[in-house]
Write a protein that binds this ligand. Structure first.
Ligand code: ADE
Ligand code: ZN
Length: 337
């Protein structure tokens, strides 16, 4: 049977690849710009949306860093986080592991503590209001230096009880994982979990570096790993979770056509793939929209979707008993409707 949106909404899902700053909707951008007296180079929400046309990752990143300039106070970060959780709840998301980009804020003079206190408050209130559990992942911006990444890790030290792990994002080409080998080693020493974006635009060799040098526990995107069968076998045999973002891939021209998305091939290759929204305010869809796009374009069936949802739970950093509880719910709900 073809999976329907209502059936899918009811399933307990985890979202493992979501940039909080990428959930900043144009309406909230305007609201915060007015609240904080920040000038935006757009006259209307429609004008902002019209500017969201990208040929590659860097086109998007320029507008993404500009957009986040309206985020200044603890309340702003709290409101952003809470709004995302409200939207995720409407899609039936039960657990989220969210990225944030502190260097996108500290570079503008916003203290690290303001960012993390606001996000942490939003996550706690979101759990209270929507029953969504969470983990927070600090991303280093890979276009910046190793020294700046170390400074960011230092700034995070007083807040480690709120941070589950570190990640690596921003402009990929020319900024291989090897640039951050030492800072990832330091993060692991602190007991942090480690993930990294690799193989979104970068070559398969960047994925191999993320495995060998950063010792990642989860691979964000990983599309281009499909070009190297040895790497595919390695990812499969190690049970590595890939956090794939279909609508992001379409909007950033990682795939030419949604029907050419590699998700089905990844599933058939035995990879532990998951479906995620990346920067939903910029890419035209939250997590359910991403699942539906794949179901419609690739003809995924219920078994495929149940596998993807189970992968999202198994690939999370939740404790094993909690994962088992959610998988049992998934098993029951997956047979109904
Ligand atoms: N930062 C926010 N979204 C990103 C993406 N898709 N790739 C790299 N860096 C990002
Ligand atoms: Zn991402």
């Amino acid at each position: 049977m073809t999976p329907t949106r209502d059936w899918l909404r009811a399933l307990p899902k985890a979202e493992l690849h979501l940039h909080l700053e990428g959930s900043l909707e144009p309406e909230m951008m305007f609201e915060l710009a007015a609240r904080n007296g920040v000038a935006l180079p757009f006259a209307s929400v429609e004008e902002i949306r019209a500017a969201y046309r990208f040929d590659k990752l860097d086109d998007f990143l320029a507008i993404y860093y500009q957009g986040m300039s309206v985020l200044l106070t603890r309340r702003d970060f709290r409101d952003l986080t809470h709004a995302y959780l409200r939207r995720a709840h409407a899609d039936g998301v039960r657990h989220v592991e969210v990225f944030f980009d502190p260097q996108g804020h500290t570079a503008r003079g916003v203290p690290f503590a303001t960012v993390i206190e606001g996000i942490t408050q939003g996550l706690a209130e979101g759990e209270r209001d929507f029953g969504i559990s969470s983990r927070l992942i600090l991303c280093f911006l890979r276009h910046l230096s190793e020294r700046e990444a170390f400074e960011t890790l230092d700034a995070a030290r007083p807040h480690l009880s709120h941070i589950a792990g570190v990640g690596l994002d921003s402009s990929e080409l020319g900024h291989p994982p090897s640039k951050f080998t030492r800072v990832f080693a330091a993060a692991r020493e602190l007991g942090l979990r480690v993930v990294a974006h690799a193989g979104e635009e970068g070559p398969p060799a960047y994925v191999a570096e993320a495995l060998d040098l950063l010792h990642i526990e989860r691979l964000d995107h990983g599309n281009r790993a499909m070009e190297d069968q040895t790497l595919v076998a390695r990812l499969r045999d190690s049970g590595m979770t890939l956090t794939v973002c279909p609508l992001s891939n379409l909007r950033l021209c990682v795939v030419k056509d949604i029907a050419q998305h590699p998700l089905r091939a990844m599933l058939r290759a035995g990879l532990r793939v998951t479906v995620n929204s990346d920067d939903p305010a910029y890419f035209g869809g939250y997590v359910l929209d991403n699942y539906m796009a794949m179901i419609e374009a690739l003809g995924l069936d219920r078994e495929d979707v149940l596998r993807l949802v189970a992968n999202s739970l198994q690939g999370s950093f939740l404790p094993a008993p909690k994962i088992a509880e959610l998988l049992a719910q998934l098993h029951d709900l997956g047979r109904t409707g």
